[in-house]
Structure formats: structure tokens, C-alpha cells
Ligand binder design. Sequence first.
Ligand SMILES: Cc1ncc(COP(=O)(O)O)c(C=O)c1O
Length: 389
Amino acid sequence: MTDQVMPTYARLPVTFERGEGVWLWDTDGKRYLDAISGVAVCSLGHAHPAIARAVATQAGRLLHTSNIYRIGLQEQLATHLCRLSGLENAFFCNSGAEANEAVLKIARRYGHHQGIAALRVVVMERSFHGRTLATLSASGNPRIQDGFEPLVEGFVRVPYNDLAAVAALNDPDIAAILVEPVQGEGGVRVPAAEYLPGLRAIADQRGWLLMLDEVQTGMGRTGQWFAFQHSGIQPDVISLAKALGNGVPIGACLARGIAAQMLGGGKHASTFGGNPLACSAALAVIDTLESGQWIARVAALGARLLAGFKTRLGNNPRVVDIRGKGLMIGIELDAPCTALVAEALARGYLINVTADTTVRLLPPFILSAEEETALLDDLSALITAYTAR
Ligand SMILES: Cc1ncc(COP(=O)(O)O)c(C=O)c1O
């Protein structure tokens, strides 16, 4: 490994050079099943022909102009995302953290609009919203904040999935809630069915914005286009990134109502945000997801995987919990299990461990029946052997 790349990541000693569908090949020609989809990015698998074609065609036509001009593909993408989400307008950027920056700037503007000079946003314990200064300050993980003080002010933290804690807040400077519909980095935590409707009711009562971080849950990952659609509520603002471009960097912030009016002329910008190349990828992603009816498949496939792991590992006393929503699956062990990642890699599987003790799977939507069984059998065997030591 070269010293010329900053050592910010604890990288595994493998380099991939080619992908196809759910498979990746390393530089020695060894094949791996990618059960984390590049951390919830490549939901349609690697080198998807329709996306590759759209990106290659666009690259040969026009990569970038600037947001000082109209961008036809960006307008088309905004129309599709609003149709699918029920929100009203979109700001485009390049990543999840940047999308959440737009979300937080909407909240600040909304606060000023309401006459609150020092607005506060309710955020959750164990949450993850990104690594920029504002988004790491919003995140509920002291490890990513350590050494970056002073943190950005204006956040009030409460436990996740605890409506009473939010209802008990009595601070006139609060004007918004930012929450993940399912916590990803925090350990694949699925809240109770009444959580989002409860937050919506509190937000309505108090005049707060309900802002959802759908960076990981969005674009079908939980079995609906957006995770909030399981609960029948409508948020005021959402952030998207990860799977929106299936690997081409693009993020978005969608808003409705008064929130949709907060970022007017000159209030926000991003040089690359929503450029023709990124939008061509996202449009191909939406077209492929719709024409292939892939999202309808996610709930059933996810339920089968969850049930399959419960059958194989449910009686293991060292497995604390097996949980998930759609194709976000967490298998929590009773002790840190980061070593499992390298063991799975040696066996040809890409998995992830989050929150120290939870094996996280984020498989592509296109997993075949054969690949599904192999993943269930081989990963369960690995976990069984690991916990027997
Ligand atoms: C819920 C959530 N929000 C925000 C982010 C940050 O996204 P990015 O790494 O694209 O900045 C992530 C990344 O894991 C995420 O899971």
C-alpha cells in the first residue's frame, strides 16, 4: 500500500478490478459475492448494462456544463424523484453528507423564517449523517466527532425509537427533527411501526420540520422507493445519495411545502451537483428499477434472507438478534466481531460489521435464488464456526 493516500480507512488487503452483477473479481482473479453492494450503493449490481450504456453515451455527448445554465437531465430527474416521493422539488449534490448539509441549511433557514435565531434540530443517539463538520456534529457517534471540536452547534440528542423522549422536549428553539427511518451505521436498527407516524404527529403539533435521512434506506433498499413509505406519512425533507447513481456519485435533497421554499436564489450551490453525467446514471437507475420491478422483489427477498438466517442461527446463544427491513439485514453477536469480515473475505464474501457487534448485509436486489442459498449457508456456517471458538 502506498503512503501517498491518507490513511483514513482501515482497508482490507484486496483490490478489485472487475465486476458483473453481484460478483467482483480481485487482481488475482478470485471471485467474491458482494453482499454489501459497495455499502448500499450498487443495488443493481456491478457493470449493469443499462447503466453502463447510459453513462457511456452521456460521456460521449456532454459531461458537465454548470448549474448557471439549465440542465435538461437534472430537470427530468427532479420530476421523477418528486413523482416517486410525493415531495415537490430537489437540490442535487454529490454525496450523502452534502445532501444532509442541504437538509440542515433548510432547517436553519426555516428557523430564521420562524423568528428563531439559534435553531436546534432534534437528532438521535447512534445516528450517522456523514463526515462534514455539520453532519458529524449531527451524528450520534462520539468516535467520529473526537478530535474535531468545536462541533457545530444546534443539535439536541435523544435516544432512537423513543417517542416519549421527543415529546418531552421543551425548548422553544427546536424547529426540526432529523432521523434515519432505519439506522444503518448504528447497527441496522428498525424502529417500531408507530415511530415515524409519532414523530410526524409531534412535528405537526409543534410546527417542526420532519427531515428524513434516506441516504442508505432510499431508492428501494427497504422494499419501498423510500423507507417512509412503509409508514404512510409524508416527511417535509429527505436526503438521498448512495444507490441513486448505482456507483456514479450523486446526492439529492428533496423538500415540500414551506421547506421547499427555503433555498432560494444564491442560498446554496454545488459545482458538480446534478451534472449531466450523474443525472444520466440516476435516470437509468430509476428506469431499470421501474421496468424490472426490482423493488417489489426486495421485500420478499429480504424476508426470505431474514427467515433463513433465523432458521440457521436463531438457536445460537451468541447471536443476540437477527433483524432488518428489506435488504438491510443485521445479525448482532454478543461481542465485537470485526474479525468475521476478513474470514468472509477469505471465503469469497463481502460483508460488513457495524456498531462493532453487528454483521451487516446490504445485498444487491438482483441476487439469484442460487446466490441467495449460498449466502445463507456459507455465512451462517462462518458465524457458527466463529461463535463456537
Ligand atoms: C444514513 C446515512 N447518511 C449519510 C451518510 C453519508 O453519506 P456519504 O458517505 O455519501 O457522505 C451515510 C453513509 O454511510 C449514511 O448511511
